[in-house]
Design a protein around this ligand. Structure first.
Ligand SMILES: *[C@@H]1O[C@H](CO)[C@@H](O)[C@H](O)[C@H]1NC(C)=O
Ligand SMILES: *[C@@H]1O[C@H](CO)[C@@H](O)[C@H](O)[C@H]1NC(C)=O
Ligand SMILES: *[C@@H]1O[C@H](CO)[C@@H](O)[C@H](O)[C@H]1NC(C)=O
Length: 811
């Protein structure tokens, strides 16, 4: 830019030239020009020659030259037209720095005459420099905890221009936290300051990017800017937090030691040390919980550290603190609710109390024997207990109340069937798998006297030989009582009755304890053939029970009576009365009869007669009928026969040993006329009691024959049965002998039983003539029936029983 002030300059020069003409030589005149900086090459500055009063033509001859101190050839003069122009770029800031005045001092020298002129060219500032910040980015670290209105000075910008061009104003990019304040310092210009208008939060805005712009006052204005990076420093202003305030955890009881329950994870919005956390149980946590659980303070893991038992406690409330390491530290809280789930780890328990044992066998259905309580420490289904009893017992369980049961009688008891029950009560819970427990109860059934003593048979038949020694043991009765102790203690006694004139107890006695039956005196078959009585057995219970058994004691005959001779007709055969016999009778004529009876029976009463040899020997004309006792002639009598004959007849029974009597028969032989009464006498003999005797003997023979044929028949039948019967039956036969023999006293007896085979316990072999046992028994039975029907309650004499006469006794 050209600034030209011709009037002022010309006037002063004219004045100077005019006043001080001589001074021209010294060149004291001053010329001022001004030129803007940064002007282009050739920019006109001033007509220097003219202004110095020099002729254009004389410039060259006078050697016009220009020198500038330190400024080089920034300006040049055109010698043709005497114009000063810009030769090269002039930078005011380079030339003068920040000084407000800046001029180039030119010395113009012409010679002939030497003249020196001083020209000053003022270099004028233009706004060619923008405001400049020393750095492109400014970093500021500001703690987030700074209070409002805190101030943070910034480095300002600089402008190489001067004056207006260097007058800077500042602007801050829009933001919510800071505003800009400008401080004017004398001489040193303006400085920008950041002022905090809103609290910082590192957690929200860890850093801010602002732009500070400086603008100068030039026209046009220039700007410069710097970016401000504000780093917000952390303060421990955030407590650690859990993502939930309550954690609910379920674990099973009996979890293994060190089982992880939960890994707590708190977060802290702060950073570095302010976010480092330590987990711990709160001070509220009881020692028992501290014992059960272990907290890892670094990882926040809570683990099982002890036995966890649902039955101890089923929930745990654990208060947890988390503390960061900032200063001051901040604390967060949460609660961990641990719910313990039940496991079926407790067996049910069963307790049996108040037993009322033993239980009487006549206890009513529903009688309570014991009370049973069950329990299970588990809960829910694991603690639901069911109770059961051994099956098939006459007891049952009744639920009286929750978990209480009664053991009651369910059906009738019988000690005699089962005296003791081993009951097992089983309790079982509803867990899976379920647990169970058992308890045993031994239920003893107490005896009640509900069973009478029982004899094996209702009736026993005993055979006793007569003439037994007094006090001999003839039989033993035995009754069993199914009860126990005194209820089964049987004592025997005789059921007293009268036997004829006498009391039964004079014949027999029963030992109360052993049941042995004794005959108190010798029995006499001829007096008493059958003794029938009852033995009573009673137990010692209260009230006592009893039963009777009937004993039939048959008194067996022994040959203890010798044949007794009856007086013949009105007289006896044994008497000395002589019997007349006519000599005229022929051979085979019955002349007399010996009559005898035997009080015994059977063989013992079967008599035979024989003539003793002393009675005339072979020559005797008489013989006696072996069984009839009739004396008859063997030939016709003659004169040689003695008129008086004395016959000795031996009357013998068939007992063993046989007993005999001797009858003496006196016969007197008379001539024919002297014996008129003989036939009538004979007829008397045959129609008197002798006739009955003959009959008896005939009956005896018939009976013996019948029995013998029965024996043969039975033997045949028996043989046939033996051959056809299966072997098992045979084998059983001997296994149950029913014969009771009392050989000590030489008696024998045989029990009466249907379908039985009875063997005789005699050492001696049975003679073939002896009737077989069944036959024998049959006869006895018939006789017994007959007697019972007809003569019940009376004793039998030896002659009263026509059937018994058929029985033979063992020899
Ligand atoms: C804790 O939580 C944070 C975020 O919530 C997650 O990044 C970190 O992995 C978690 N730590 C653990 C140990 O679970
Ligand atoms: C559980 O384990 C810890 C560490 O091993 C031990 O100290 C503690 O006694 C254990 N607890 C039980 C009940 O075994
Ligand atoms: C036994 O016999 C006696 C006398 O005859 C009688 O009183 C009693 O009732 C009988 N006992 C039984 C159980 O039959």
């Amino acid at each position: 830019m050209l600034v030209y002030r011709p009037s002022g300059l010309k006037a002063s020069c004219l004045l100077l030239s005019f006043l001080l003409l001589t001074a021209w030589e010294t060149g004291s005149c001053q010329v001022h020009y001004s030129v803007p900086e940064e002007a282009k090459h050739g920019t006109f500055v001033g007509r220097i020659a003219q202004d110095l009063g020099l002729e254009l033509a004389e410039l060259v001859p006078r050697l016009f030259r220009m020198a500038s101190k330190g400024s080089g050839d920034l300006l040049e003069v055109n010698l043709q037209n005497g114009i000063l122009f810009v030769n090269s770029r002039i930078d005011r800031e380079e030339l003068c720095g920040r000084s407000l005045e800046c001029s180039i001092h030119l010395e113009v020298i012409v010679e002939r005459p030497l003249q020196v002129f001083h020209v000053e060219v003022e270099v004028k500032d233009i706004n060619d420099n923008p405001p400049v910040f020393s750095v492109s980015e400014q970093k500021l670290s500001i703690p987030e905890s700074r209070l409002l209105d805190s101030r943070f000075p910034l480095e300002g910008a600089s402008d190489a221009d001067v004056g207006e061009n260097a007058m800077l104003t500042y602007r801050l990019s829009s933001n919510e936290f800071f505003i800009l304040d400008i401080i004017n310092k004398k001489d040193k210009g303006k400085f920008p300051v950041l002022v905090l208008r809103k609290l910082l939060d590192r957690e929200e805005n860890p850093q801010l990017q602002l732009l500070l712009t400086a603008t100068d006052g030039g026209t046009p204005e220039l700007t410069g800017s710097v970016s401000l990076l504000i780093l917000v420093l952390d303060a421990n202003d955030n407590a650690p937090v859990f993502d939930r305030s309550v954690y609910e955890i379920k674990i099973y009881e009996n979890s293994a030691n060190q089982t992880l329950i939960i890994r707590l994870n708190a977060s802290d919005a702060d950073e570095e040390i302010n976010k480092e956390m330590i987990y711990s149980f709160s001070s509220l946590v009881s020692p028992s919980i501290r014992k059960k659980f272990l907290m890892n303070e670094r990882t926040g893991e809570i683990r099982v550290n002890d036995v966890i038992d649902f039955e101890d406690s089923n929930t745990y409330e654990i208060h947890v603190d988390v503390t960061d390491k900032g200063y001051p530290p901040m604390v967060g809280h949460c609660t961990v609710l641990v719910e313990i789930l039940d496991e079926n780890d407790n067996s049910p328990e069963v307790a049996i109390t108040s037993l009322s044992l033993p239980v009487r066998e006549d206890a009513q259905v529903g009688t309570v024997i014991a009370s049973i309580s069950v329990s299970d420490r588990d809960s829910g289904a694991n603690g639901q207990v069911t109770c059961s009893l051994t099956p098939h017992v006459p007891f049952k369980l009744l639920s009286t109340f929750k978990n209480y049961y009664s053991l009651v009688v369910d059906s009738a008891l019988d000690r005699e069937s089962v005296a003791n029950y081993g009951l097992v009560v089983t309790v079982r819970d509803g867990g899976s798998p379920s647990l169970s427990a058992t308890a045993s109860v031994s239920v003893e059934v107490a005896d009640v006297n509900d069973n009478a003593p029982v004899f094996a048979q209702p009736e026993y038949t005993v055979f006793v030989k007569e003439n037994n020694p007094p006090g001999c043991h003839i039989f033993t009765v035995s009754a069993r009582d199914a009860d126990a102790q005194e209820n089964a203690l049987v004592s025997y006694s005789l059921v007293e009755r009268r036997v004829g004139e006498r009391a039964l107890s004079s014949y027999v006695s029963v030992h109360a304890e052993s049941g042995k039956v004794y005959a108190l005196q010798p029995l006499d078959h001829e007096e008493l053939e059958l003794l029938q009585f009852q033995v009573s057995a009673r137990d010692a219970g209260v009230p006592s029970l009893g039963s009777n058994v009937t004993l039939q004691v048959f008194v067996l005959d022994e040959n203890d009576n010798a044949p007794a001779l009856l007086p013949p007709g009105s007289g006896g055969g044994g008497g000395a009365v002589s019997q007349p016999v006519a000599r005229s009778v022929g051979a085979g004529h019955v002349v007399a009869k010996v009559r005898a009876v035997d009080a015994d029976s059977g063989y013992n009463a079967w008599l035979s007669y024989e003539l003793r040899p002393e009675s005339g020997g072979l020559r005797s004309p008489f013989r006696v009928g072996l069984y009839t006792g009739e004396i008859s002639t063997t030939r016709a009598l003659d004169e040689a026969d003695a008129p008086r004959q004395r016959l000795l007849v031996l009357v013998k029974d068939h007992g063993e040993p046989a007993l005999a009597s001797t009858a003496t028969v006196l016969l007197s032989l008379v001539d024919s006329g002297q014996a008129p009464k003989t036939p009538s006498q004979m007829s008397i003999l045959s129609t008197g009691p002798e006739a009955a005797l003959v009959d008896v003997n005939v009956y005896l023979i018939i009976a013996i024959c019948a029995v013998s044929s029965l024996l043969v028949l039975t033997l045949l039948l028996y043989t046939a049965l033996r051959c056809s019967a299966p072997p098992i039956e045979r084998a059983c036969g001997p296994l149950k002998p029913t014969l009771v023999c009392s050989s000590a006293v030489g008696s024998w007896s045989c029990s009466q039983q249907r379908r039985q085979r009875c063997a005789l316990g005699r050492a001696r072999p049975r003679p073939t003539s002896w009737p077989s046992a069944p036959a024998f028994h049959h006869v006895l039975y018939q006789r017994w029936k007959w007697k019972n029907n007809l003569l019940e309650g009376t004793t039998l004499g030896s002659h009263d029983s026509p059937i018994l006469t058929g029985v033979t006794l063992p020899p």
